[in-house]
Design a binder for this molecule. Structure first.
Ligand code: KG4
Ligand code: ZN
Length: 342
């Protein structure tokens, strides 16, 4: 008799994107995202509005994913969902839906740590295997950079993660977003700053933080950009507009230089030469370029496809798939943890 395939529905609702994905035996069948435009007018995510939008989006997004995958809900093996870290109200919508949906189908639920999901996005396989990206070999180091996290993680197997460096204040994505706001760029700042930076030259210099070990700090950069702008605008009130692309390129280069410097240190310290990047900021053009410099140290580098960098449910479904193989299921009593650690 043919073995039943393992089909996982993944649900992601930790911040401002409502997403659902279907993965069959590790291969992606559907990856659907509803972005929430309601936050644009506020220049940042408003948590209460995010949870309301998740409530509106979750049913149509799951339906769309199942339809795109041509999978009937009765064929699902389990439902995996982000249980933290993230915004509590947003997490509650995804986790409550996942629990109820799975209970109705009498199938298990699998809780997923969002940051583990970002890392395991490297293991998503495409239906057409030729278009899959290469998977890192264990053990590997992953620079995980998002709106709330900046970490260097040592990954020994699918479930063993050790954070060996992290930010002591702002995350790298937060630095991109806060500087974008100072430059009066629209939300979401990171990708727009990146676009402008690609038209400019990194002609301005900003100081690097002095932090111990493999840790990061980005709050000082924000302050030095603020004072730099104040000083230059006092001399020329059109300074920002006239030099926008060069300012963006300079800030972007500084952030990426800081990230790469510590990653190189981590390679020397651990001797591990399998190096990956993950999380929203891994979509950044300068980071994707600079990570290739590590090849000069004899490293193999792994960059996720764009659609698996920023928040998505495919990464939740693939993590769910590996947890399913271990029969690592959650109870219906599980509750979201907004500050869940790796
Ligand atoms: O992983 P993610 O989608 O959500 C969180 O888990 O936080 O990451 C979002 C972060 C935001 O700070 C966003 O500005 C940043 O990733 N980001 C970028 C780029 N695309 C997204 N930052 C710099 N350059 C980009 N191209
Ligand atoms: Zn994320």
């Amino acid at each position: 008799m043919q073995q039943k395939p393992t089909i996982i529905l993944g649900i992601e609702s930790s911040c401002d994107d409502t997403a659902a994905a279907v993965i069959k035996n590790g291969k992606i069948l559907a990856n659907v995202i509803a972005n929430q435009s309601v936050h644009e007018q506020y220049g940042g995510v408003v948590p209460e509005l995010a949870s309301r939008a998740h409530q509106q989006n979750i049913v149509p997004v799951v339906e769309a994913a199942l339809k795109k995958a041509s999978v009937a809900k009765e064929d699902l093996s389990a439902v995996a969902f982000t249980n933290g870290p993230g915004l509590l109200g947003s997490l509650l919508v995804g986790s409550s839906f996942a629990k109820a949906f799975a209970m109705g189908l009498n199938i298990p639920i699998i809780e997923v740590n969002h940051m583990q999901g970002h890392v395991l996005a490297h293991f998503i396989e495409e239906l057409d295997s030729a278009s899959s990206t290469k998977k890192p070999n264990f053990p590997f180091l992953c620079l995980t950079v998002s709106g709330g996290h900046t970490q260097i993680v040592k990954i020994t197997d699918y479930f063993t993660f050790e954070v060996i460096g992290e930010t002591i204040d702002d995350a790298a994505g937060e630095a991109f977003d806060k500087v974008s706001k100072m430059l009066e760029l629209p939300y979401p700042g990171g990708p727009i700053l990146d676009k402008n930076a690609q038209q400019g030259n990194a002609v301005y210099e900003f100081p690097h933080p002095k932090v111990d070990g493999l840790n990061f700090s980005f709050s000082g950069l924000k302050t030095s950009v603020l004072y730099f702008l104040k000083k230059e605008i006092a001399k020329n009130e059109n300074f920002r507009e006239e030099n926008l692309n060069d300012i963006c390129a300079s800030v972007q280069k500084t952030i990426v230089d800081i990230l790469i410097k510590n990653l190189k240190k981590a390679v020397k310290q651990t001797g591990i030469k399998e190096i990956a990047i993950a999380g929203g900021v891994s979509a950044n053009s300068e980071l994707r370029k600079q990570i290739e410099n590590l090849k000069g140290m004899g490293c193999n580098t792994y960059i996720p496809k764009f659609e698996y960098c920023t928040d998505n449910a495919a990464m939740i479904a693939i993590t769910g798939y590996y947890k399913y193989l271990e029969q690592d299921f959650a109870s219906q009593q599980v509750v979201p943890n907004a500050r869940m650690k790796l």
